[in-house]
Design a protein around this ligand. Structure first.
Ligand SMILES: *Cc1c(COP(=O)(O)O)cnc(C)c1O
Length: 385
């Protein structure tokens, strides 16, 4: 195990590494196998590999790395939604009350509406800025599971994990935190009292816009066993190529986050002073409604910024005038992207609301390109400034 006092760059590269063995590759190569030889031995739990749906060497290496960054035991899943589904379904039974964010990732809400209610769960949706007050009032009493998403996607609101964790524990419920936006370098929910941290690793953790992954980490052995059983039976296990690519990609997480955050600070400043834009959110911008809590609870900033343009047409003009801000969903990748969230239909946001994901291109190029595109939007509405 890497010394937890080491820096983020060291941990991104070295987390989960076994002791060196002469002749072994520096980073384990992928082992492409579904079944493994049993030879004359019967399959044994915890023994030699036998079938890759339950575990395989490439997945163990990747899970050891991510789990070390989270400060827990990690289980990797084929997507973020597979990981979230496992958390929601493995930790509850019919009749249970689950509390989910009303303003978080839209597919989680669809899962609640179309599947959890059908299976007899009672779903309460609470907005991220409200959950602290709900917890303080004792209104988590009777819940079996509480899911937070902080910073929430796409509104970037932050809630107090430690405070909600205390209330959740008092209610005898399980607290899970969707840590996708922050990444394990930006926030450690388990250290703040959460039972589970869950994330889409499709986003910044792997960060190259070329694979789907998710994971769950916990320090609770019983929860880990339940989640592992659920994953192995429902089959959301990533294969070796994804696990290897995920492990390879996360080595640069510290470098990517540093550049993305540097650009985000400059982009948030540009947006905030531009007449074509309102409602800029970046939790590390002084004066942002989330900034005090983010500074207290989070470890470092990232590259996701949100803002509002006048309407759908203004967003279209911005994209048409920009060379470097690419229209695409998802976030946390090496490319800078801009997503008009209302086009997906799931978020309760205005038609001109955009989420910008700063990539790792040069900050000066991105800022200059965005400034020119914003001026084009403004000029189209008002004539040249
Ligand atoms: C993208 C995302 C998910 C879902 O992840 P997939 O890998 O797309 O399944 C869940 N939560 C948040 C906050 C996300 O941004």
């Amino acid at each position: 195990m890497t010394d937890p006092g080491r820096g983020d760059g060291t941990r991104s590269v070295r987390a989960g590494e076994p002791d060196p063995v002469a002749g072994a590759p520096l980073r384990p190569s992928p082992v492409f196998a579904a079944p493994f030889h049993l030879a004359d031995a019967p399959p044994r739990a915890g023994g030699a590999d036998s079938y890759a749906r339950t575990e395989h060497p490439t997945l163990r290496a990747f899970e050891a790395a991510v789990g070390e960054l989270d400060g827990g035991r990690c289980l990797s899943f084929a997507t973020g939604m597979a990981a979230i589904s496992a958390v929601l379904l493995a930790a509850v039974r019919a009749g249970d009350r689950v509390v989910l964010p009303s303003d978080g990732y839209y597919a989680t809400r669809l899962l609640a509406r179309d599947d959890l209610e059908r299976l007899g769960l009672r779903v309460d949706l609470v907005a991220t800025p409200e959950i602290g007050a709900v917890a303080a009032r004792g209104d988590l009493e009777g819940a079996a599971l509480v899911l937070l998403e902080t910073p929430s996607n796409p509104l970037l609101d932050v809630c107090d994990i430690a405070a909600v964790a205390a209330a959740t524990r008092a209610a005898g419920a399980v607290l899970a935190v969707d840590n996708t936006t922050a990444t394990p370098l930006g926030q450690r929910p388990l250290a703040l009292g959460a039972d589970i941290t869950v994330a889409s690793d499709t986003k910044a953790l792997t960060g190259h816009s070329d694979l789907l992954l998710g994971h769950v980490s916990t320090t609770d052995e019983a929860l880990h066993a339940r989640l592992k059983g659920f994953r192995d039976r429902t089959g959301g296990t990533p294969g070796p190529f994804e696990a290897w690519l995920g492990h390879r990609s996360m080595s640069t997480l510290d470098l990517r986050l540093a550049r993305q955050a540097q650009t985000a600070a400059a982009v948030a400043d540009l947006l905030a002073q531009h007449p074509a834009v309102t409602g800029v959110r970046w939790p590390w911008r002084p004066g942002d409604p989330s900034s005090a809590l983010a500074a207290r609870q989070m470890l470092r900033p990232n590259g996701v910024v949100s803002a509002e343009l006048a309407d759908e047409a203004a967003v279209g003009r911005l994209l048409a005038a920009s060379r470097l801000w690419t229209a695409a969903t998802s976030f946390g990748g090496v490319h800078s992207t801009l997503d008009r969230r209302a086009q997906w239909g799931g978020d309760a946001v205005p038609p001109g609301f955009v989420r910008l994901s700063c990539g790792i291109e040069d900050t000066a190029d991105l800022v200059a390109d965005l400034a020119a595109a914003l001026d084009a939007v403004h000029d189209a509405a008002h004539g040249p400034r």
